[in-house]
Design a protein around this ligand. Structure first.
Ligand code: ZN
Length: 247
């Protein structure tokens, strides 16, 4: 099975549609979504509708989905994220709000080898930023391959005989990793709608459970259109600016 893995779309329909077109030329069978469909971007309802139309085989909620849909308050957010979340809530249709509110918490298992989560297998809201976070995540993961998002930083790390190794960052258009038996992996496909590794290109991944590989992909999209949508919505200009620098 070839899965298109999407994470942190953040209401960026231009980035999402560009990713879907790029992934269609590569080819995939089903879709997996790692949460944060909305928040920050200017087209939350279009993104939720597009994701629903993809009929994902597995999807988990992100922290922004929880706050935008009203099942969690915004006390954990900074002022910009809170303003965006409140705007998002009123921009979403009743159906979209309900869809987001009913998304399951991670982790979810995909098969004997793969699990998905938004932040960490240990807790959906935890970030995996450093070695300590990664080791803790790997210690609690019930499968050898954990797909996660939340940091918006695409990478693959692995644990070999107690040593953590960075396998790849997503610097090329395609960055392939072949999973080795007996080795545990953390895979972040990067963010579709708000990359933060200094590269403004949208990030996604193709996971192939048949040949035990993952390819982290990057694709350029119309950043200026996404920025216009943010500004037209009256959202903070910083949210538009950061898209062009990938931060
Ligand atoms: Zn996010």
């Amino acid at each position: 099975m070839r899965y298109l893995v999407l994470s942190d779309i953040h209401a960026n329909i231009e980035a999402l549609d560009t990713v879907l077109a790029a992934a269609a030329t590569t080819g995939y069978d089903r879709v997996i979504v790692l949460g944060d469909l909305v928040g920050y971007g200017g087209n939350p309802d279009a993104v939720v509708e597009r994701v629903r139309s993809l009929n994902p085989s597995a999807i988990v909620r992100g922290n922004h989905d929880k706050v935008a849909s009203g099942i969690e308050d915004s006390s954990g957010f900074n002022a910009v994220a809170r303003r965006a979340a409140l705007w998002t809530r009123q921009a979403l249709s009743r159906e979209s709000l309900q869809y987001l509110a009913e998304l399951p918490a991670g982790p979810l298992t995909i098969d004997d080898s793969v699990l998905i989560c938004h932040g960490s297998p240990q807790d959906e809201d935890l970030y995996i930023f450093n070695d300590r976070d990664a080791l803790r995540a790997l210690a609690t993961a019930s499968r050898p391959v954990s797909l996660f998002g939340h940091t918006h930083l695409p990478l693959v790390v692995r644990l070999v005989e107690g040593t953590l190794e960075l396998v790849v960052r997503a610097t090329e258009a395609e960055n392939r990793v072949d999973f080795e038996p007996g080795v545990n992996y953390l895979v972040n496909p990067g963010s579709v709608g708000q990359p933060r590794d200094g590269d403004p290109r949208a990030g996604f991944a193709i996971l192939d459970t048949g040949n035990h590989s993952v390819v982290l992909c990057r694709v350029a999209y119309a950043v200026s259109i996404a920025q216009s949508r943010i500004l037209e919505a009256g959202l903070p200009a910083s949210l538009a600016h950061r898209l062009s620098v990938g931060r």
